[in-house]
Design a binder for this molecule. Structure first.
Ligand SMILES: NC(=O)c1ccc[n+]([C@@H]2O[C@H](COP(=O)([O-])OP(=O)(O)OC[C@H]3O[C@@H](n4cnc5c(N)ncnc54)[C@H](OP(=O)(O)O)[C@@H]3O)[C@@H](O)[C@H]2O)c1
Length: 288
C-alpha cells in the first residue's frame, strides 16, 4: 500500500517515537531522510525511506507530490520553513504538522529565535491546513541530551551545583507525550490552522526537578546554590582556558527564566493529557 503521509526527522530522538506511534496506529507513512542519515533502524522496521533535504527545495518538489500530508518533526529553526511551505503548496500537500518549540518565547536573544519566529509566520501566512505544535524541553530516554546530563551528574555526585535560587519554573515534556500529540492531531480538523503548546504534566522549580530526579535514582543529593554571576564567571573562565564546560552561559540564563506554558488548548481540542515529571523521569531512569 502506498503511504499518504510523509514524516521528516524520523532518524532523530522524537522522530523515532513518532514512527512507533504511527505504526501502532496503523497509519502508513514514508520517511524523508538525508543521504547522510543513519537509516538502519527505519529499514529494520520495514519503513520506506526517500532521500531528500529540507534545505534543497528541488528535492522537496520531487518528493512531495506523492503525499497528501506532511509530519515535519525536523527542526524549523535552521531556515527550511519557506522551502517546506512552498513545496507543500506547489505539490498539493494541504495538511502539514510542524514541530516548533516554546523556546521561541524566550526573553533571551538566542540566535535561532528570530529564525523560528519567521518560520512560524511563513506557516501561518500559508494556505495550508497546518498545525504548529510547540513542545517544551523534551526528555524521556538516555538519548534526550538534556535530563540525561542531570541524571548522570546525580549518579556521580551527592552535591549538585545550582545556579541562583533554583526557583525558576519549568515544565519538561516526555517524548512519548510529544509523539502522541503529533499523531493525534494528524486527522483532527479541530486542529487545522491552530497552534498549541505541548508542555509536560507538572510545573516544577529546578530545585524540584533535581529532587524528583534524585528520588527516581534513589540517591540523596544536596543542592549547592551558587550566585548566577559567579556561576557565569566560572563558565567564562573555563571557556577562556579552552576547557569543555558541561553547560553554556546561555543554558544558565535560560535555566533562570520561567518556562511554563499552558496546554489547555491542546487538552480541549485533542484531549492532550501528558504524564507527570515524576512518572516520566522514573521511566527514563529504568532505561539507564
Ligand atoms: N529536543 C528538545 O528538547 C526539543 C524541545 C522543543 C522542541 N523541539 C523540536 O522537536 C523536534 C524534534 O527534536 P529532536 O531533538 O527530537 O530532533 P533531533 O534528535 O535533533 O533530530 C533531528 C532530525 O531532523 C533531521 N534533519 C535535520 N536537518 C534536516 C534537513 N535539512 N533535511 C532533512 N532532515 C533533517 C535529522 O536527520 P539526520 O539523521 O540526517 O541528522 C533528524 O532526523 C525539532 O523540530 C525540535 O526543534 C525539540
Amino acid at each position: 500500500m502506498s503511504a499518504d503521509v510523509l514524516l521528516t526527522g524520523a532518524t532523530g530522538f522524537t522522530g523515532g517515537f513518532v514512527c512507533q506511534q504511527l505504526l501502532e496506529r496503523g497509519i502508513p507513512f514514508d520517511c524523508l531522510v538525508r543521504p547522510s542519515s543513519q537509516t538502519e533502524k527505519l529499514k529494520n522496521l520495514n519503513l520506506k525511506v526517500v532521500e531528500g533535504d529540507l534545505d534543497d527545495i528541488e528535492s522537496l518538489r520531487r518528493i512531495f507530490p506523492s503525499y497528501k500530508a506532511l509530519l515535519n518533526v525536523a527542526s524549523i529553526g535552521f531556515g527550511a520553513a519557506p522551502n517546506i511551505v512552498t513545496a507543500c503548496q506547489s505539490s498539493g500537500i494541504k495538511r502539514a504538522i510542524f514541530v516548533s518549540t516554546t523556546a521561541l518565547f524566550t526573553q533571551l536573544n538566542a540566535k535561532s529565535k528570530a529564525i523560528r519566529q519567521a518560520a512560524e509566520e511563513v506557516i501561518r501566512s500559508s494556505e495550508l491546513d497546518y498545525t504548529i505544535l510547540r513542545p517544551t524541553m523534551i526528555y524521556g530516554t538516555p538519548s534526550d541530551r538534556n535530563m540525561i546530563r542531570l541524571l548522570r551528574l546525580i549518579q556521580r555526585s551527592p552535591i549538585i551545583p545550582v545556579p541562583g535560587s533554583g526557583t525558576s519554573l519549568q515544565q519538561p515534556v516526555h517524548v512519548e507525550d510529544v509523539a502522541w500529540a503529533i499523531c493525534a492531531v494528524l486527522d483532527n480538523p479541530n486542529t487545522y490552522r491552530r497552534e498549541y503548546n505541548i508542555s509536560g504534566g507538572q510545573v516544577l522549580s529546578y530545585n524540584e526537578v533535581v529532587q524528583i530526579a534524585s528520588q527516581a535514582l534513589d540517591k540523596k543529593t544536596l543542592l549547592w546554590h551558587i550566585p548566577v554571576n559567579q556561576f557565569m564567571g566560572l563558565i567564562q573562565l573555563g571557556n577562556s582556558l579552552s576547557l569543555k564546560m558541561p553547560v553554556s552561559s546561555e543554558q544558565i540564563l535560560r535555566l533562570n527564566e520561567d518556562k511554563v506554558f499552558d496546554h489547555k488548548a491542546a487538552k480541549a481540542d485533542f484531549n492532550y493529557s501528558p504524564r507527570s515529571f515524576a512518572e516520566g523521569i522514573t521511566q527514563e531512569v529504568a532505561l539507564l
